[in-house]
Write a protein that binds this ligand. Structure first.
Ligand code: AHR
Length: 667
């Protein structure tokens, strides 16, 4: 049967583009249609249902000041400067009126609190929020605090003030007499105006002393309306991607600059006032992007990560410290004969996620409100660790975990990059040891991505699987601002991802990194999703990632030109899958050339085709094109309906375009 795809809209929109080449070559070809043959009936590999995931790390104010919706910075006075983020306003401050008290001996996790000794005049305590407080008109804001007041007498006026100091929300609170016991008290205020840079203020009136801690303010509109939860707009961006997994909590965060500052999941669960805060390692990492006010409150802790993964239908992929601190910083390692607590943390985490409620850690999970297991299937041991010292420690972890939980797949590090001595040493050793997954990371220029779209075609088929756990196009090796999430970087990633998909039997998982960045508080660029205090937008990379994860299919099928995989011929990159659940063929083609290309698509197989399909197209003639809050979809998907007849389709691909073609099978 003969099939013709005629897409008049595509033809009408065809333009003669002229662009600068950047990392892409300025090729010029004869306008001869190429034939791409798709073997629709023969599955050459299975696509894992969790293949395309996301990488979450508290970098760029991704968690505190980002997805964790707490609006008060330094709520428990544990920053290195205890009053950072706070300021005291009054005409004449009296000595000793406000004290930061340390009770380390009795409360190691949350030692400091604020003692306010009132005598007469009113005074005001103001919190600046994380680069301001984003406030929306008509929305309720929920205040809470821990306090004690042996003798009553203090009255508190709670205010939200716009950047220009206009009061935009107000209520009063009269704390009760509590003796020496700490209590929690709450109140709500509703904003009368929207302001992205508001501040929160407490005016103290009356006489008496009061001790304060955990001063907190959350918007009511959190994800799933959970009290003290996550920012709904940011979670929604993730949910819309339908990611197969969430890798958390990083990244270098896992390693810590030294072992004392490593990420320890047990410190991140339970009552938030008992979660011991840590300085965020990105606080001091880049001298040129200092972030002195960047700390980890762990309000988004391991329970919340598992819950988030469950909410959006993703597998949880925690990465744990392997007894090694960041090798770019101290490189401190735990002695081999002192590794037990680290290994025990891993075993306990599996029990926390999956254990019966009668086990120690399964019981804790149930007490936190989730008696059902989280169904953890995989665990990363170490982030970007390398060298023989990593292999030694990994072997100890692997033996202990596999002995108790043979079903848990382990993710192993291959170091910091996809080639060179570090990579070779680990890649060879891990393959010899038959590792479940080898975690490859690449932050490379666009050209590298294009050249490596065939990287996995020659990988051994029956050895360890690959997890491309972090990748992004970096125009240069600096991560401090010259890199942008422009269309060039996203299109090059799309080209490479066709190679990952073609090799889905080996590359079973992949995640772009990092995920989030706050426009006023980032340390590392590029990043997939950018936010300010009220808004969020996806970069071109976001749309590429989303197109892959929402079109993942179930089976890879071959797509060739002249019997060869399509890896850069005339700047074209392609892969194809079928989806056995929806009964569709899904073809992905990146056109990295700066000219229109015409493709005759020949579908070779017994399956019949329906007459209607569509293309989701991302394109821009300007490789430097960015998205922004004002133009969030300057590069965004456009859906183009297509009509089909028979089994031949004529496709016209715009210059610099990524195209996902979905064709339903007939029964
Ligand atoms: O994604 C940002 C950082 O890049 C991660 O923390 C680290 O693993 C890598 O070096």
């Amino acid at each position: 049967m003969k099939l013709n795809l005629l897409n008049k809209r595509v033809l009408c929109l065809m333009l003669a583009y002229s662009t600068i080449g950047l990392g892409f070559s300025n090729q010029s070809f004869a306008q001869v249609a190429k034939t791409f043959i798709v073997k629709t009936d023969k599955s050459i590999a299975k696509v894992e249902s969790n293949m395309w995931g996301v990488f979450f790390e508290d970098i760029n104010f991704g968690a505190d000041g980002g997805i964790y919706a707490e609006l008060i910075k330094n709520r428990s006075f544990e920053f290195i400067k205890p009053l950072m983020g706070w300021s005291i306003h009054r005409n004449r401050q009296k000595e000793g009126e406000v004290l930061v008290v340390n009770r380390k001996e009795v409360n190691e996790a949350n030692p400091r609190y604020l003692q306010v000794q009132r005598q007469t005049d009113d005074f005001e305590l103001i919190n600046e929020g994380f680069k301001g407080i984003g406030v929306k008109k008509g929305l309720r804001y929920d205040f809470s605090m821990m306090y004690r007041q042996p003798i009553p007498g203090v009255k508190m006026v709670l205010l939200l003030k716009a950047a220009n100091n206009k009061v935009i929300a107000q209520t009063t609170l009269t704390p009760l007499q509590t003796g020496n016991n700490w209590q929690k008290q709450s109140a709500s205020i509703t904003a009368t105006e929207t302001d992205p840079k508001a501040k929160f203020s407490i005016i103290f009136q009356g006489k008496g002393n009061i001790d304060l801690d955990m001063i907190s303010l959350f918007p009511e509109d959190t994800w799933k309306n959970r009290p003290q939860g996550l920012r709904a707009d940011m979670v929604q961006m993730l949910a819309d991607m339908k990611p197969g997994f969430i890798r958390f909590p990083g990244g270098c965060i896992v390693e810590g600059t030294d072992l004392a500052n490593r990420y320890q999941w047990k410190n991140t669960i339970g009552p938030i006032e008992s979660r011991k805060m840590l300085m965020n390692r990105w606080n001091v990492e880049f001298a040129h992007r200092p972030a002195p006010d960047y700390y980890q409150s762990f309000g988004l802790g391991f329970f919340e990560y598992f819950q988030l993964a469950e909410d959006i239908g993703s597998d949880a992929l925690p990465i744990l410290n392997c007894g090694m601190a960041c090798q770019f910083n101290t490189g401190e390692v735990a002695a081999l004969d002192e590794l037990d607590p680290y290994v025990q943390d891993a075993l306990d985490l599996i029990e926390f996620a999956n254990g019966d409620i009668n086990t120690k850690w399964g019981k804790k999970r149930a007490e936190l409100g989730h008696p059902k297991p989280f169904n953890l299937k995989m665990l990363g041991i170490g982030n970007e660790n390398w060298g023989p010292q990593y292999l030694e420690r990994l072997a100890i972890f692997t033996k202990a975990i596999k002995a108790k939980y043979p079903e848990i797949k382990l993710i192993n590090s291959s170091g910091t990059g996809p080639e060179g001595d570090r990579f070779e040493l680990l890649n060879t050793a891990l393959r010899t040891a038959n590792a479940d997954f080898i975690d490859e990371h690449y932050y490379k220029p666009a050209d590298w991505f294009l050249k490596n779209a065939g990287r996995y075609d020659s990988y051994p088929r029956n050895e360890s699987k690959v997890f491309v756990g972090e990748y992004a196009v970096h125009a240069d090796s600096k991560i401090i601002g010259s890199n942008r999430n422009n269309w060039e970087s996203a299109l090059a990633a799309a080209a490479l991802m066709t190679g990952l998909e073609r090799n889905a039997d080996i590359v079973q998982m992949a995640s772009y990194a990092p995920l989030f960045a706050h426009v006023d508080a980032w340390q590392w660029a590029p990043d997939m999703i950018w936010v300010d205090n009220l808004k969020v937008y996806g970069t071109p990379d976001y749309y590429v990632q989303k197109l892959f994860s929402t079109n993942k299919g179930t089976d890879v099928v071959s797509i060739t030109n002249d019997a060869k995989n399509i890896i850069g011929q005339d700047g074209l990159y392609a892969s194809a899958v079928t989806d056995k659940t929806t009964n569709e063929l899904i073809i992905k083609i990146a056109n990295t050339a700066n000219q229109t290309q015409t493709i005759d698509l020949a579908l070779d197989g017994k399956k019949k085709i329906k007459s209607k399909g569509f293309i989701d197209e991302l394109e821009n003639s300007n490789l430097n094109q960015l998205n922004s809050f004002d133009a969030p979809q300057a590069v965004g998907p456009k859906r183009i309906d297509i009509s089909l007849k028979g089994k031949k389709l004529n496709l016209v691909l715009k210059p610099y375009s990524f195209n996902v073609i979905r064709i339903p099978f007939n029964s």
